[in-house]
Design a protein around this ligand. Structure first.
Ligand code: AMP
Ligand code: MG
Length: 421
């Protein structure tokens, strides 16, 4: 007889509980700024200078004193030439300076006239054909960054643009949180690795291990160092050995498959034996079963403690369930381990260009795609085994429990680009 099913847990509650276990990793390393993409800053980065450092020209043209050009057509001598990288002398009253984009504006000049508005007027002189406004075409010192300002904050994930900004204030290295070390296990006797058996030779009941491929890639995108233990052998002792070993050098052990209620598998009892395990039935679709636990690193009697433990997360085996539970639960967990403060993915209110007439008791993550009209189209097969939906789709609609959707309704869209970045 089956045990009574535990009540379903709301996703927000499960996520809050899961995140309460994720204390940011203590390790910090200095990496070269070139290698910073996707890493999380361990400290605030403060600028030691103004960017730009001085007022500079945003045009090729002539630096002038507005007082000298009260009307169009004034002819003035060119007293100096200032290319980018040079620094000019103070501008003599009654003269102009030839200047190029990025070159510092000489003292005394208060505007740049672009070269298209000037013409040569004999040897060493120029006719200024437009009356300048004070400040025109001048980029002010510190208009991007002021000295002393925090330009990038602790807990921020670095993007390519952040690396450029860090470089603009002279940072050749950056302090970042260590990469989470994640051990990845697949479970299931039906699983076969692509390449091991050709499609036409697959025995009945066998399927290829697809979860291993997207989970490894998702982990790497999140900045993790992944050890792939492959498909764990279906033996109690081998499973215990593998988990015990992985717990020593990793921050998280992630498994897929074998967390359904009543399923026979070796991971669950092994985690229970080596630490603690909570099995949750989460009120989401796809997704439902999810396990969180800890494996104590020291198994000696009296030393067993959750204080020195490796995190354990068990994902459901159905590929789309595995994919979605990773994105909504494991992703924020791994970001928090790296010290990211804001782990919620941004969402957008968009019109549904489809009907979803049957409400579900669980909160649903429907695979959808944006169309050229700015609306969302639904992948026709929302089954938790149909991975095509996650490739066809460019995101999900987060649809509350009990909610039907009628074409034209505004729904909450979360893009895969945000969830997988
Ligand atoms: P489970 O959660 O182990 O009960 O598995 C649920 C379904 O997902 C079953 O149909 C499994 O065959 C399938 N499954 C489990 N693991 C994988 C995997 N790594 N790749 C593809 N399908 C899987
Ligand atoms: Mg299984």
């Amino acid at each position: 007889m089956n045990a009574p099913r535990p009540p379903l847990k709301a996703l927000d509650e499960a996520l809050a509980e899961l995140l309460s276990h994720a204390q940011p990793l203590a390790g910090i390393e200095d990496i070269t700024t070139f290698d910073g993409d996707g890493r999380v800053l361990a400290r605030d980065i403060t600028s030691a200078l103004h960017v730009p450092p001085q007022d500079n020209s945003s045009m090729d043209g002539y630096a002038v004193r507005c007082a000298d050009v009260r009307e169009a057509g004034v002819v003035l001598p060119v007293s100096q030439r200032i290319p980018a990288g040079a620094s000019g002398a103070p501008l003599q009253p009654g003269s102009v300076a030839r200047i190029f984009t990025g070159a510092p504006v000489p003292a005394g000049a208060d505007a740049i006239v672009m070269q298209e508005e000037c013409e040569a007027a004999g040897e060493g002189s120029v006719r200024v054909n437009a009356v300048p406004k004070p400040g025109q075409w001048i980029r002010r010192a510190g208009e991007d960054v002021t000295r002393g300002a925090v330009v990038l904050s602790k807990g921020e994930r670095l993007a390519p643009s952040s690396l450029g900004l860090a470089a603009s204030i002279g940072m050749s290295t950056l302090p970042v949180v260590s990469r989470p070390r994640v051990a990845l296990f697949s479970t299931g006797d039906e699983l076969v690795m692509p390449g091991d058996i050709a499609p036409e030779q697959m025995p009945p009941g066998a399927i290829y291990n697809s979860n291993r491929f997207f989970l490894r890639a998702l982990l790497q995108r999140l900045g993790c160092e992944v050890t792939d233990y492959g498909i764990v052998p279906d033996q109690r002792d081998a499973t215990l050995d593998a988990l015990r070993d992985a717990a020593q050098q990793h921050d998280l052990i992630l498994t897929s498959g074998g967390v359904s209620v009543g399923e026979e598998d070796h991971i669950k009892p092994a985690v229970q034996q080596l630490g603690e395990l909570d099995l949750w039935q989460i009120a989401i679709k796809p997704g439902k079963p999810f396990a969180y636990g800890k494996i104590y690193r020291d198994q000696a009697a009296g030393a067993r403690s959750a204080q020195d433990a490796c995190h354990f997360a068990g994902l459901p085996g159905n590929p789309v369930s595995s994919f979605i539970t990773f994105l909504v639960l494991v992703r924020p967990f791994l970001l928090k381990l790296q010290g990211v403060t804001d782990v919620a993915p941004p969402r957008m209110a968009l019109p549904a260009h489809f009907d979803w007439p049957r409400a579900d008791k669980r909160r649903e993550f429907l695979r959808v795609r944006r169309n050229a009209a700015g609306g969302l189209e639904l992948f026709p097969n929302q089954s938790s085994g149909v991975l095509t939906s996650a490739v066809w789709g460019d995101g999900v609609v987060d649809n509350p429990a009990g909610q039907t959707i009628t074409k034209g309704d505004t729904v909450q869209f979360i893009s895969f680009a945000e969830l997988m970045g």
